[in-house]
Design a protein around this ligand. Structure first.
Ligand code: RFL
Ligand code: PHB
Length: 395
């Protein structure tokens, strides 16, 4: 085994959290390495989020990775809610004093971050096997991993666990030091991507008697659509034709007539879950992004929460190295969790508002109808939705 090297921060996971953290630290002069289990191509093949909040856009600028987003991203000033066959616009911009969101895919964010990292000559070890965070309660943690048939060890000051929901970092914490809060929903989202023009300029969130649907987009020529499906459904059983037919049934007549269909370029089913781990710091190891929490995608918050965690964590490390202060690292968990629970609440609420819950019975359906009517007809309720959708400020 080669002699252990020392690198200040070892980041585990090269999803958006790990890559953004690596870039923010590099910009501040803090050396880091990223260890990723999969290949770069595999990471880029995962189709996920599409909506960025202002906080996320600001961090991408700070990281020097915003050039393509500024050029190709689509600013959105509103969203539509479709229920009882009618669409109602939520004026995000007007209700929040001028805030908006950016439609720009997670795949593109990841590719942009990979590009700037490579341009700076920074190390990301892809296909790192058996990554193990060790001795994170001591002053000098170690990370061990295998690559190209060799075992490697890195000594470091801090480990950043950016390795997603199924990662090794959270799994390395003894059960008596961590609390889990979880809600699993009885359905999933079937997503389809196609090179067809979006059905509408703005996103449409649909509550129909046949279940939830979402009309989203990546560009003026690429669409992303989702359908609520039972957890027992298999993606192989959904032909493209079956998808488009079901989507049409959930839309209003105008959207149905406008919908342009075409062959899928990606199709997958994702289960819906709400989950939080507390705390997010264990000695010298810090969890960030999906490693620490999951939200159902209805509120478009997952990637944005990952970005704000990393914003807090980079500031904490900068405070430590530049100002010799442990204040940031000591308050990291509390600061993140305050924002995480606000996003958990909003995502759970949007999910409850927009999906079918047949097992909850007719009373639930009636309350849902009343709430939808209230949300679009009360300025106070619309404002609450809008300010959460565009994203709460980082404290
Ligand atoms: P990721 O993206 O899962 O990356 C974690 C990385 O860690 C690697 N890894 C390991 N590496 C080394 N050793 C190990 N033992 C490892 N174990 C895992 C993995 O290979 C991976 O590369 O987590 P990260 O970086 O925290 O990013 C989180 C986001 O990916 C996630 O929150 C969002 O995609 C959620 N999400 C959305 N978020 C939004 O903000 N807006 C949206 O519009 C939105 N839409 C969505 C979504 C998620 C979806 N799915 C599929 C869950 C729509 C969908 C359908
Ligand atoms: C997406 O475009 O993938 C997307 C948009 C909004 C959501 C979830 C996913 O709430």
């Amino acid at each position: 085994m080669p002699a252990p090297r020392h690198i200040p921060v070892v980041i585990i996971g090269a999803g958006p959290s790990g890559l953004l953290l690596g870039q923010l630290l590099y910009k501040a002069g803090i050396d880091n390495i990223i260890l990723e289990r999969k290949s770069a191509d595999y990471v880029l093949s995962r189709i996920r989020a599409g909506v960025l909040e202002q906080v996320t856009m600001d961090l991408l600028h700070e990281a020097g990775a915003a050039e393509h987003m500024d050029r190709d991203g689509l600013p959105h000033h509103g969203i539509e809610l479709l229920f009882e066959g009618k669409r109602h616009r939520i004026d995000l911009h007007g209700l929040t004093g001028g805030k908006s969101v950016m439609v720009y895919g997670q795949t593109e964010v990841t590719r942009d971050l990979m590009r700037v990292r490579a341009a700076e000559g920074l190390t990301t070890v892809y296909e790192a096997a058996n990554v193990q965070p060790l001795e994170f309660d001591s002053e000098q943690p170690t990370v061990r991993y295998e690559h190209d048939g060799q075992v490697h060890e890195i000594r470091c000051d801090f480990i950043a666990g950016c390795d997603g929901f199924h990662g090794v970092c959270r799994a390395s914490i003894p059960e008596d030091r961590i609390r889990h809060f979880e809600k699993v929903y009885p359905f999933g989202w079937l997503g389809l991507m196609s090179d067809t023009p979006p059905v509408s300029d703005e996103l449409i969130y649909v509550n129909s008697p046949r279940g939830f649907a979402l009309c989203s987009q990546r560009s003026h020529t690429r669409s992303r659509y989702y359908l609520q499906v039972p957890l027992t459904d298999k993606v192989e059983a959904w032909s493209d034709d079956a998808f488009w037919e079901e989507l049409k049934r959930r839309l209003d007549p105008e959207a149905r007539a406008r919908l342009v269909t075409g062959p899928s370029i990606e199709k997958s089913i994702a289960p819906l879950r709400s989950y939080v781990a507390e705390p997010m710091r264990f000695g010298r190891m810090f969890l960030a992004g999906d490693a620490a929490h999951i939200v159902p995608p209805t509120g478009a918050k997952g990637l944005n929460l990952a970005a704000s965690d990393v914003g807090f964590l980079s500031r904490a490390f900068i405070d430590y190295y530049k100002n010799k202060s442990a204040h940031g690292i000591d308050h990291y968990s509390e600061q993140c969790l305050h924002r995480v629970w606000k996003a958990e609440r909003f995502s759970w609420w949007m999910t409850s508002l927009m999906h079918n819950f047949p097992e909850e019975g007719a009373f639930h359906t009636k309350v849902q109808e009343a709430e939808l009517d209230y949300v679009v007809n009360s300025r106070a309720a619309s404002t609450s939705l809008a300010e959460n959708y565009v994203g709460l400020p980082m404290r």
